[in-house]
Every structure is written in C-alpha cells, then in structure tokens.
Design a protein around this ligand. Sequence first.
Ligand code: PEP
Ligand code: MG
Length: 755
Amino acid sequence: MLETLQRLTQEANAAQDLDDLLQIIVRGVQSILSAEVVSVYLSDFEQEQLIMMITNGLDLRMPGAVRLNMNEGLVGLIARRAEPVNLADARNHKEFVHVAELNEDEYHSFLGVPIIQQRKVLGVLVVQRKRVCRFDEDQVAFLVTLAAQLAGSIAHAEALMSATESQSLNRPAHERYLLGVPGSQGIGIGKALVLYSPMRLQSIPDRQCKDVEDEVARFKTAVTILQKEMLNLKERMRQLLPQEDYALFDAYLLMLNSETLIQGTIKEIHAGNWAEGAVRRVVLRQIRRFEEMGDSYLRERAEDMREIGRRLLMILQEKADPLEQVTEGSVIMGEEISATQLAQLAPIKLGGIISVRGSQSSHAAILARAMGVPAVMGVADLDLSRADGCMVIADGYQGRIYIEPSSVVQQEYDRLLDEQVELNHELDALRDLSAETVDGARVSLYVNTGLLADIGPSVESGAEGIGLYRTEVPFMARDHFPGEEEQTRIYRHVLESFHPRPVTLRTLDIGGDKSLPYFPIHEENPFLGWRGIRVTLDHPEIFLTQIRAAMRANAGLGNLRVMLPMVTDVEEVQVALNLIDQAFEELDEEDEHLTWPDVGVMIEVPSSVYQVEQIVTRVDFLSVGTNDLTQYMLAVDRNNSRVAKLYDSLHPAVLQAVMQVVNAGRLYNRPVSICGEMSGDPAAVVLLLGMGVDSLSMSTTQLPQVKWVIRSFTRRHAKELLTRALSMENARSIRDELNQALIEAGLGRLIRAGG
Ligand code: PEP
Ligand code: MG
C-alpha cells in the first residue's frame, strides 16, 4: 500500500495543472480500488457549494455542471462532518439525494472521504460500486491517506487555475490563492524570481530560454563534461573495485547517452525551456518511469538517474549564482529564503519575499520587516518549478500569495496599496512628537536593526536609539569572520550615526535559523542547540574580538551598550562579564581611552525569567526577547509555519513572564526594554504600556504605528486592559479584546490581519 500511495502521490505532484491532477487521481484510484465510479468534488467557498469536477463512471456533461449545496446529499454530509462515510447502499441513507443527470441508479456501495488542508475541507473524493457491500477497512484507510496527501497538490493546482478556467466554473477569482503566514506587512506585486538550490533537482524552475541554439549547446557541453568525468572515475575505480562494481559506470554512461535523455532534453529546450528546466523535466520523468517498474533491478536505476540529473545540473550551474539575477522589484521565492540571503541582497530594493518554509518569527521575516519588504512565509503548497517569471502578489498582511492574479484581484490590491501609502503619509506627521500617552507617561522608542542600509532610515524615523543591533547580520554578508578593524569600522559608523542616542550592540547571536556561510552549524534541533552566547563563550576569541571592536568604536562617543543573547544560566553572565572586563583591561594597557559600556542581558528563555533577580543585580539593563521567549514558553518552533497559529506572544503565560521581568527591573531599579517583535504589534503595545516597560524596540517601519498607539491611550486605560487580559484563558480572547480597544480608540486600521 505504501508503495502504491507513493507512486500515485509522486505522479500527482508532477501534474501540469488541475485538470491533469484530477485525471491522475481518478485513474489511479479506479485501478487501485477497482471501483466502478471515482469522482472528485471541490469546494466553492464563496457559494458554499461542492462542485463535481470530474468523474469516471457517471454522466457528467461538463465540469461544474453538477453542484451540491454544503448541506445537500452525502457529499455535503462528508464536507460538513469532515469525516468519511462508507455505505453498503447509499440509497438507504436519509441524506442521499438523487441527481437524475448523473445516471447513478445502478451503483449502490458508496465511500466518500474529505480532502482537508489546514482544517479546511477543499473537497470530497468519492468511490462507488454496483455491489451492495461496504468498502473494507483497508480501502477506507487507503482513500483517507491518499486524500490527506493530495490536499496540498490540489490547493496548489487550484491556485494556479487561470481566471478563464475559473470563470467557466463560475468560481470567483479571489479564491485562488495559496496560504502562508504573514511575514512582513505590505503588498508586493511583481515578477517572481525563484532562488533555487542548484543541488536540488526539484527546486529548479522552468524558465524561458533566451536562445534555443545556445541553450542546446550548453546542454551538450555539460553532457560531454559529465561523460569525461565518468570515464575518469571508471578508470580510477578499475584499480580499486571488482569488475561487477565498476561496471556501474557503464550503466551510468548508457543512461547519460540514451536517446530519451539527450533527445528528450533537446526537445524540451526547443519548446522554450532553459537547459536546467529541461533536464529537470526529463530526469524526473525518467525517475518516475524507473520507479514504476516491476523489476527491482530496474527500479533501483531511478537513483542512478537522479545522480545523473544532479551532476548535470552542477555542471550547468557551475558559475551561476541565483542571487545575481535578483533586480530591483523582484519578488523572490524559494524553498527556504534565509536571513543570510537577505543580508546579502540588502542593497537591492526587493518587491516581495515568498518562502515555502519559515514563519512569522523566522529571522528572514524579521529582516524583511527591517528592509520594509512585504513577505509571506510558510507557503507550503507552492510549486516553485512552475512559478518563475509569473506575475505574483505577496500579501504580507494576510499571508497569501496570488499567482497570475486576475485583473479584479490586481485592482483590489492596487487600492490597498494606495491606502497603505495614505496611512504612512498620515503617520509621518508624528515623527517629531514624543511617544507619550494621553496622561503623560513616556516610553522610549528604539529600533532593531543590523543592516547598514537601514541606518539612515532608522535615524530619520525619529527613533531615540537602537534597542537591538543584530551584529550577526554584517557577519552574514561576508565570507569570513570580520576582523577587529573591520568590526570597529562597522560599529563606529552605527554609533556615530545615532550619537548621542544609545546604541545597543548585541553580541554575535548565531545558531538556530541563522548560520554563517563560513561557519556552518548542523544540528538535529538547532533552536535547542549551540546558539547565541553558548557559541561565543565556547569561542572566547570571537567574543573578545567583538567586544574589543565595540569598545574601540565607542572611543570618544560613549553611547555604546552591550547586550548578551540567549542567556540560560547565571554563570554565563558572569563569564561574559569577566571577558568584557579582560577586553577592557587589555585595551586600557594598549593606551586606548575608553569608557566602560552599560551591559545588559536578553531575557528570552524561561530559565532566565525564573532567575531574573539573580541576573538583574549583575547588569545595567534587561531586554526581553519575546520572539524566543514565546517559542520556548509555548514549545512552538518560531520557524515552523505548521504551528504558526499557536505562536502568539499574547498567550497569557508569555504575558505573565514578561510582567515578571518588568517587575524585577522595577524592584532593582534597572530599565527594562522589549526588543522582540511583540513591540511592533499594536495590540501587544497596549499591554506593555500597562506593564510600565521603559522602552520598546522594533523595526523602523513599525515605529510610527507604535507611536500612534501610545499617543492614543492613557496609561490608566492600558493598565485596566492588562488586568482584564491577565484574567483571560487564551491569546485569542485577549487579542479580540485588544482589537476592540484599538477600534474604539480610532486605530482600527492597525489591526493585524492575522490577529
Ligand atoms: C528575540 O528573540 O526576541 C530577539 C529579539 O532576538 P532574535 O529574534 O534575533 O532571536
Ligand atoms: Mg532571540
């Protein structure tokens, strides 16, 4: 069963479009279950109907000709209950409705299963037989598993349906989007550019080739190079391996020179695809063929074919850097757009970012917000191979993407863009006003940054300082650790730009989803692994160089603050303080006239919340990293879109933890800042105001909105809302309550789409 399932889902994943996909499903299920009828219904959420899209066995004039209301018939029952129905004779069921034109009188047994994705019933898959007899348990299990596996492909194929196809089924165009998670607010419209990984066959997109003859020549050269490589390898192996083993290379060479591979690829290039896309198509087709073969020896050749594909791509891509093709306005797409890639692309003004993996608190999303680029993360059903070059809309408010949107959808988004510009314009007027509540409580507003390109806009934004400078960002954009001189120059620029306002440099915080190209960390569970201060305390040479550079950059300025990330143990604070002391002493001996900076700790792990009193007495300030604190308190991976709905800093447990830190700061007279993304969330800001935090640090683009919130509330009202929130049981009710308060304060336009 597992093998049959795998084969069918693989075939389905390679379908060209929705029609093709439905045909594959119907044909596959019919042959596997020997059912006389197989039909697929898809949901039309707008009309609250189920449309029969395809059937093998019944009389369907055309797709869309038969529609059932959600409360109609057995199909409606399956969709409503979101569970399978298995009947010996469908006719005896009280929900059965007779659709005369389908001519289904002779079919008695009926099995229907819902097709569900992210709790949404996308449709219903039905099989029927003439015999009066229930389908057996294995058959039910097979169909349920298949439907669960195919839901993603169906969602993707639906999103790619053209507007005309959609209209012919009388389906509203705005249904056709793929769902992800809001990564960075805003709307990005532009041409998609897929940042593929040259090593992954599946990730190579189709792309229009510029010159067919050049492309064919490129492919042929790659084949010749690979042939030579194989012959050399064979020669070397001849001395080491017995003949039957090195004969493997003959099999490789045969496959490489086969008519199917060579001519098949050339044909695809002549159809307009570039060589890489053509190789992907032909190789994947061949792999599928081998996998379907009965003979186990031939089935194993699928792996050889994959290896040939991989090697050909490596040769074709040898000098290519996917990042080089990114231009102003590109909407970049990828399997996992990383913070490192964005740091490298920072000088280019991107149109949008779409990532198959990742979530709202991934560092790529955080950087996207710092860059002011709309981003949608975790679009799990996006098929990258078919999206390159398409017109796309990235809706960073709702976490949706549209591929080749209809003109109606485009117009709607153009209108939203105008509204966005208008709101930003209105908020500009607040730039020089203080962040002060109606009853006179002051909160300092700082920015989070790390990109040099962001320094100018941050200074201009009216920020009172930098609450979090992520020093790992300049480390990411290089191909080796920056030395002391280079770091000194970078930090000096930042400190000078903001002088005399404070600049909080966080010591290198790598690990988790932030890796340096030249210092890779491969771990099973990176968020629970070698991260932040754990890495730098294990490498005091890296820590000391950074501290020395920061202190030297601060000479004559005095606005430096140093902050330690990912502290889980009081001893880490002590060791770090000793190292800072050592760096200071060394520089003093070298006759640098320095001032000792304020040193603070990030509270972003539950253990440091419980030990906050021991920590706070050792340092000058605290800053709550709510991104990690939320992840660790709620056991929700901040990078995983599948659990994104559970990730909410308004969870009562997170609020209690933040309160505890704020109270400790007050008790020991140390300022407490919040530097996680919670600071930029208008609803959360009201509660943080109620707690009495000293400062909030957020991305530059969020600052004007947060100032608007602070200036629209009284501290008293914020405290009342906090008391009410703390008596509630879950984040959802707290968010509803705060959204209501924002609406009443005239700030309805700031309510987060996801919230
Ligand atoms: C945090 O965890 O809240 C934080 C500000 O640090 P980072 O997002 O860089 O992990
Ligand atoms: Mg953190």
